[in-house]
Design a protein around this ligand. Structure first.
Ligand SMILES: Cc1cc2nc3c(=O)[nH]c(=O)nc-3n(C[C@H](O)[C@H](O)[C@H](O)COP(=O)(O)OP(=O)(O)OC[C@H]3O[C@@H](n4cnc5c(N)ncnc54)[C@H](O)[C@@H]3O)c2cc1C
Length: 378
């Protein structure tokens, strides 16, 4: 892939930079709910400026940006210090999945409110007994007349407390082989039968929740991709999850590294050859991550949707982010461990990086089997 930007890409970048300069996101509020409202408001401003869903086709409220422009968008967003839009799961996961599998009616109904953050989405995949092995999930959906009745439990559902809709995978056929008995639904969260209970994380936040679902009702029209096809539809969501964030995350990593470099410089630590050596190593890793994220674009250009290569970027990012935040603690000592400080937050939050969006072990399996073509583990 050619990594130099052409004239149109440079114009796109400059226009976006100017917009971000005129529309600064401001400082993130500390309170979790206020922080979420701030991100939602920022997404609304992005949407009003035509920047919320740059990679979506124009007919669905997007900007029809090329893949490279979309990469530029996430790089610039990260560089400006702006937050990820509040409806990130809607924009990166639900939207592209509905575009791939949805009926014209579903596209008409669901896509526009994702862009404007009027309807927030969450991802109801994981269950207490089914995380990496998603296909063994037990949440069941039984057809009754023209609707589905759903009962089960989901866990680690990020943003469920703010969501109107949930991408829900449930078992609809109990006799079929486990991958074939699943269906993918668009579940309305605003019903008594869906209870959301927050889970407290090591950082003190509650980004994610447990969902208790007791005979929730889903109209037949909210089945996505057809009965028994849930595994394939879910894979579309997962591939988009791993590929979509790559650019934003690699820029955030670079910013964190630069901030640490500054702090270490201020403390006169850069003359220490061991510290300088570790900075060098992290710099190389951050650069490799950036280039690998661009390489992932080639796969999307070839096949029309993200390939398994996205797993490699996700794995590299989580490993490097954990090394970087641990290194910050090593370099800054107790200052990086004080409660409420930026570095202590980053250190603690990074622990989940190698679990969320697919654990590192599982991503390694995918890279081994589907990218390198090695024999299957099982
Ligand atoms: C911050 C955060 C946000 C999340 N948000 C969401 C969300 O919004 N929606 C959602 O549905 N889920 C979400 N998750 C859940 C996440 O997808 C799961 O935690 C993840 O898939 C792992 O599942 P598990 O926790 O059940 O672990 P398990 O699957 O039980 O894995 C336990 C351990 O076994 C290893 N392991 C499992 N299978 C294999 C294998 N085949 N080969 C080698 N090792 C293996 C794993 O790597 C891990 O170390 C979130 C998680 C986090 C941390």
């Amino acid at each position: 892939m050619d990594l130099t930007f052409d004239q149109r890409e440079l114009e796109f970048r400059d226009e976006l930079r100017a917009w971000l300069a005129d529309n600064p996101a401001g400082d993130p509020p500390r309170d979790e709910d206020a922080n979420y409202a701030w991100r939602r408001d920022f997404q609304r401003r992005l949407a009003a400026g035509g920047w919320a869903a740059v990679h979506w086709p124009r007919e669905y409220g997007g900007r029809g940006a090329t893949l490279t422009q979309s990469a530029i968008f996430f790089e610039e967003l990260g560089r400006s210090g702006a937050p990820l839009p509040a409806n990130v799961l809607g924009l990166l996961l639900a939207g592209p999945t509905i575009m791939t599998w949805g009926t014209p009616e579903q596209k008409d109904r669901y896509l526009a409110p994702i862009v404007t953050a009027d309807e927030i989405w969450c991802q109801g995949f994981s269950e207490p007994e089914a995380g990496s092995d998603l296909a063994s999930l037990k949440c069941k959906a039984i057809k009754r007349g023209d609707e589905w009745i759903v009962t089960g439990q989901k866990v680690w559902t990020s943003g469920a407390q703010y969501s109107k809709w949930c991408m829900l995978v449930a078992r609809t056929d109990f006799d079929a082989p486990k991958h074939k008995g699943l269906s993918y639904f668009l579940l309305d969260m605003e019903q008594e039968a869906v209870q959301v209970r927050p889970l407290r994380q090591i950082t003190g936040e509650s980004e994610f929740n447990e969902l208790f679902i007791e005979e929730a009702r889903i109209p037949g029209a909210n089945l996505l991709g057809g009965e028994g096809n849930g595994w394939k539809v879910a894979l579309t969501t997962l591939m988009n999850e791993r590929a979509g964030l790559a650019f934003f995350l690699q820029v955030r990593l670079r910013q964190l590294l630069d901030a640490l470099l500054l702090e270490a410089g201020d403390r006169g630590l850069l003359d220490d050859p061991v510290i300088a050596d570790r900075f060098g190593e992290l710099h190389v890793k951050a650069e490799v991550l950036r280039l690998t994220a661009y390489r992932g674009l080639t796969a999307i250009e070839k096949y029309g949707q993200p390939g398994p290569e996205g797993s490699l970027t996700k794995w590299m990012w989580s490993e490097t982010n954990q090394q970087l935040t641990q290194f910050a603690a090593d370099v800054l000592g107790p200052d990086a461990l004080r409660s409420g400080e930026r570095w202590s937050y980053e250190l603690l939050r990074a622990r989940g990086n190698s679990i969320e969006g697919g654990t590192t072990e599982v991503l390694k399996n995918i890279v081994a089997e589907r990218v390198l073509g090695l024999p299957k583990a099982r």
